[in-house]
Design a protein around this ligand. Structure first.
Ligand SMILES: NC(=O)c1ccc[n+]([C@@H]2O[C@H](COP(=O)([O-])OP(=O)(O)OC[C@H]3O[C@@H](n4cnc5c(N)ncnc54)[C@H](OP(=O)(O)O)[C@@H]3O)[C@@H](O)[C@H]2O)c1
Length: 343
């Protein structure tokens, strides 16, 4: 990355496409970087904008072409999209064609019945607002953030299809849907001529639900890609919490990661995983990312970061040899589903 005079202009690194591999998203024609970047935490008004900008631009310089957002991300809600929009306008506008921009609608962002759920009104209003905040005419991927069992699936499908037909989204995705409803929406979307591109699901060494509930099999069957969120279990799958909770870490300053989960069982299992990583010459964070990406159903690992150093470190995760059967068995032994999870 280089900045022009007075830090006003940005020129992307010329070698940015030589750094991370790109993987095909399900049966579509769209490639995504093996690592995508999410703006869920530390991209609201609570963190320095200069640092946010530095991280976003560094990600792009590393070949991370895919940025994941949602109307909900902040704090306050919508702030992360507004902040990303500032970077897009100031620095990334010349590269808009090289960026896959995602947003989501459907998780509650206020008490109004129109600021949540899967209704046509909620979904399409949210998209309009997101486009304004991001300062763009279209997003590349538009997601329904979570299933809404109180709204007919047909209505949600109709809203997603309209977003594409209106040219406001190129592809559609879903997040947090269980396999049966995923299959159902995939069928309805296919029938409407707007195939389901991608499913965003939580998956890590400590959260095995997509393996256990059959979501990864549904992905193969229905031809969509899987992008996994919280592959580091929000930082629990790093060595940072082995001794103490460091100043400024998410377990100290976020309502989404309680310090209560950092107990003796967590520390024992994580210390064992850390030893397996060390024996491979990599860090636990790198092992955890390489582990989710070993699955062919997984298109991309959606990571967060609070510094450029974390990004550099994490995107080196694929520089190591594939896991042996013995290593995978050891990871199974200590990577117990549910460790560190409250939900
Ligand atoms: N669809 C959904 O419902 C949903 C839900 C959650 C997330 N997401 C998406 O997924 C994205 C990623 O989620 P996530 O942030 O939970 O992912 P994650 O990669 O599991 O956790 C990222 C956090 O771990 C810490 N970290 C990262 N690398 C580290 C390293 N090398 N050493 C030590 N600590 C490190 C950082 O937190 P600190 O430094 O602050 O401790 C960082 O912000 C989100 O931004 C969002 O786009 C989607």
């Amino acid at each position: 990355m280089s900045y022009g005079p007075f830090d006003r202009t940005y020129t992307a690194a010329e070698d940015r496409y030589e750094k991370v591999p790109y993987r095909r998203t399900g049966a579509s024609g769209l490639d995504l970087p093996a690592f995508s970047f999410g703006l869920w935490q530390k991209f609201g008004t609570d963190y320095a904008f200069a640092t946010q900008r530095e991280i976003i631009l560094h990600a792009f310089d590393l070949g991370i072409t895919h940025f994941d957002n949602a109307d909900r991300y902040g704090p306050p809600h919508r702030a992360a999209q507004h902040n990303f929009g500032r970077v897009l306008a100031k620095d990334l506008a010349p590269y808009r064609d090289e960026i896959v921009l995602s947003t989501k609608a459907g998780n509650a962002i206020g008490p109004s019945p129109y600021l949540r759920g899967g209704s046509r009104k909620s979904i399409l209003n949210s998209l309009e607002h997101s486009l304004r905040d991001l300062g763009t005419d279209y997003v590349d991927i538009f997601y329904h953030h979570s299933p809404d069992l109180d709204t007919p699936l047909e209505e949600t499908v109709g809203a997603l299809v309209s977003a594409v037909q209106q040219g406001k989204a190129l592809y559609v995705g879903i997040s947090n849907y269980l396999p049966d409803r995923t299959h159902e929406i995939a069928e309805q979307l296919r029938a409407a001529g707007v195939p389901l591109l991608i499913h965003q699901a939580r998956y890590s060494i400590y959260d095995r639900r997509p393996e256990q509930n059959g979501l990864l099999d549904t992905a193969t069957q229905d031809g969509f890609g899987v992008i996994v969120y919280s592959p580091l279990a929000q930082g629990l799958l790093t060595d940072k919490y082995l001794e103490t909770i460091p100043e400024g870490a998410r377990a100290q300053n976020s309502t989404f990661l309680s310090p209560d989960v950092i107990d003796e069982t967590y520390r024992q299992r994580t210390a064992e995983l850390n030893k397996i990583a060390a024996a491979r010459g990599q860090s636990l964070a790198q092992l955890a990312l390489q582990w989710v990406l070993r699955r062919p159903e997984v298109t991309s690992a959606l990571i967060g970061a609070s510094s450029v150093a974390q990004l550099d470190h994490n995107t080196a995760a694929l520089d190591f040899p594939d896991f042996t059967a013995e290593e995978l068995a050891l990871i199974e032994e200590h990577g117990v589903h549910g460790t560190g999870l409250k939900l």
